[in-house]
Design a protein around this ligand. Structure first.
Ligand code: NAD
Ligand code: WQD
Length: 366
């Protein structure tokens, strides 16, 4: 039995594909739109391989209003949107900010307009811990709660904070306008999910992160060191005020993060909270050296690294206070950092070329 239909924008990307899997496994019908800017259509085959169900895939750019309109027209059963499609490289956002505003902000505007036109009333949005900026400026707010004042420190973060405001204003207006017409308006809801650092891959080794260019994040870079694509990892700063001098982050297994989207969507559908922000993190901080150690352990050998200067814009500590999601969404992380490292290594070893190669034979024959 299908419990509902979800349009997943950016659904062939890293977090979108794992969320699509969680939705399929929970008997949602899934329609994916993506322009493949940072992903591959092969991901759809892998989703089918794992779940036994094939999501519909439509190549579509979210900044193309007419194309989005057609998607909704062709799928009148869609009643929810989970919105991942975006550009996400912090450094690049400082070089080409207008492109970030075009895709992330204008793209969301097109999406919201189409939702209003087609009366699609629930949206779950990929926000980011980056909206908090340097939360260490409020020492009593580590780990970071949702009511920590926001203060992004880069254009990418500004686009996420802008979209949060845009979705809030949109949902509130839809509710008020419906009330003026004598309706309840309560069907209009939005979840702003602020992710910390996603990590890991599917335990089968057939689905994982497949960035198209040079990776920016710690774990994909460490994985490249492990397969010999990169000589060593550069540790950006060992002079932070932490137990070993390296910066602290909250690494969350991608399966737990995907599950967070499913429970947030279910919450919107049954509790009608209006717009609400939830942190999705583990609440545990790990340093860069902790991560090198954990991933080296999964790989079975020491991985080479060298200390380099701090990276511009980095902060000491980004760790989530996830109590709100624990309580309101009844969501707890289930997977450990060790599992994330083992799963990432299995995916990397099996697919050194990412989705540009066939899945391992033994999996297909299962
Ligand atoms: P990703 O790049 O793997 O996925 C984004 C997807 O959006 C890609 O498949 C890309 O092809 C698609 N896309 C980009 N521009 C598009 C456009 N104009 N039209 C249609 N599709 C387009 O990234 P991800 O890590 O899966 O991130 C997903 C979302 O989560 C993003 O919004 C990102 O900002 C947010 N986020 C990511 C992280 C992280 O560390 N990965 C942390 C917090 C928030
Ligand atoms: C983690 C730690 C680095 C690479 C970014 C975005 C954030 C969110 C998640 C989207 C830091 C250190 C890294 C390397 C290193 N994305 N590092 N050597 O910066 O916490 O968060 O991705 O919303 O907005 O800012 O993640 O994986 O880049 O870095 O020492 O080669 O690893 O300095 O302390 P970050 P990251």
């Amino acid at each position: 039995m299908v419990v509902g239909s979800v349009l997943v924008t950016g659904g062939t990307g890293y977090i979108g594909s794992f969320t699509a899997l969680a939705l399929l496994e929970a008997d949602y019908k899934v329609v994916i739109v993506d322009n493949l800017y940072n992903s591959s259509e092969e991901c759809i085959n892998r989703l089918e391989l794992i779940s036994g169900k094939r999501p519909e895939y439509i190549q579509c750019d979210i900044t193309d209003e007419a194309a989005l309109d057609k998607v909704f027209e062709a799928h009148p059963d869609i009643d929810n949107v989970i919105h991942f499609a975006a550009l996400k490289a912090v450094g690049e956002s400082g070089e080409i900010p207008l492109e970030y505003y075009r895709v992330n902000v204008y793209g969301t505007l097109c999406l919201l307009k189409a939702m209003a036109k087609h009366n699609v009333t629930n949206i779950v949005f990929s926000s980011s811990a980056t909206v908090y900026g340097d939360a260490t400026r409020f020492p009593n707010m580590i780990p970071i709660p949702e009511d920590c004042p926001s203060g992004p420190t880069n254009p990418y973060g500004n686009t996420k904070a802008t979209v949060e405001a845009m979705i809030t204003d949109f949902i509130n207006a839809q509710r008020n306008n419906a009330k003026k017409e004598g309706k309840s308006g309560e069907e209009w809801n939005g979840a702003l999910l602020r992710y910390f650092n996603p990590a890991g891959a599917h335990p089968s080794g057939v689905m994982g992160e497949d960035p198209q260019g040079v990776p920016y994040n710690l774990l994909p870079l460490l994985a490249q060191v492990a397969v010999g694509k990169r000589e060593k990892l550069l540790v950006f700063g060992d002079d932070y005020d932490s137990k070993d001098g390296t910066a602290i982050r909250d690494y969350i297994h991608i399966l737990d993060l995907a599950e967070g989207h499913l429970v947030a969507l279910n919450h919107l559908r049954s509790n009608h909270p209006g717009v609400r922000a939830w942190n999705l993190g583990t609440g545990r901080g790990s340093t860069v050296y902790d991560m090198i150690k954990a991933f080296s352990h999964a790989v079975g050998r020491e991985l080479p690294y060298e200390v380099a200067p701090r990276r511009a814009g980095d902060v000491l500590n980004l760790t989530a206070n996830a109590t709100r999601a624990n309580k309101e969404l009844n969501w707890q992380t289930k997977h450990t950092l060790e599992e994330a490292c083992e799963d990432l290594w299995r995916w990397t070893e099996n697919n050194p070329q990412g989705y540009r190669q066939q899945p391992p034979k033994e999996f297909v024959e299962k």
